[in-house]
Design a protein. Structure first.
Length: 201
């Protein structure tokens, strides 16, 4: 189970707890009002409204996590054929930062790729994050990425995207596998020069 899916279930659980607490508070508030305790009943009814708003917020966040989980699953499916060609794949790898590395791919020649998945939009924070992840992989997971790792941000709801931003390869899911193969082959003859070409200007 990937990180967004776990996050989705946690958020759904919080939404359910808030909703149940809201229903209980509303019931108690109405009961108190019906027996003449208007002030106390009003307080419980107010709490029920607040809990309902909170439940709705958690439900909205859970929907966002569900979209992220689907996007990560799509990237996993796109990468899966690489295993038959000698690549090593790992998903949801824990790292020193918050959360995990969405996907790690290691070519047969030892070049690694840290892959961050985004559905549509991303910002500089995500670019910096995946660049940090690639550096961490190259330094701390030498058994996996013995020749270093390239940062990749894969945009699932896009097509034909292939560019570099702030030293990160940004690519759409339809171009992901062929571009990874191309980079792995190009980096083989001269690793230092190839890595330097990915650096931020």
């Amino acid at each position: 189970m990937n990180y967004p899916r776990r996050q989705q279930y946690r958020r759904l659980s919080r939404a359910v707890r808030a909703a149940l607490a809201g229903v209980a508070a509303a019931f108690l508030g109405l009961l108190l009002v019906s027996v003449g305790f208007g002030l106390s009943g009003g307080l419980f009814l107010g709490a029920a409204v607040v809990l309902g708003i909170r439940a709705r917020r958690w439900l909205s966040l859970a929907r966002r996590s569900r979209v992220g989980a689907r996007s990560e699953n799509e990237v996993r499916r796109a990468l899966a054929p690489l295993e038959e060609q000698g690549w090593r794949l790992r998903h949801g790898m824990r790292w020193r930062g918050h959360g995990d590395i969405d996907s790690v791919g290691v070519a047969p020649n030892g070049f690694g790729f840290a892959i961050e998945t985004k559905t549509r939009r991303y910002d500089e924070r995500q670019l910096d994050r995946v660049r940090d992840q690639a550096s961490w992989l190259g330094a701390r997971r030498r058994r996996w990425c013995r020749r270093g790792a390239v940062p990749v941000l894969c945009v699932v709801r896009a097509a034909g995207v292939e560019r570099y931003e702030r030293g990160v390869l940004v690519v759409s899911v339809d171009r992901l596998v062929p571009v990874l193969w191309q980079i792995a082959k190009e980096m083989e003859p001269n690793r230092s020069a190839a890595l330097a070409s990915l650096a931020v200007p």
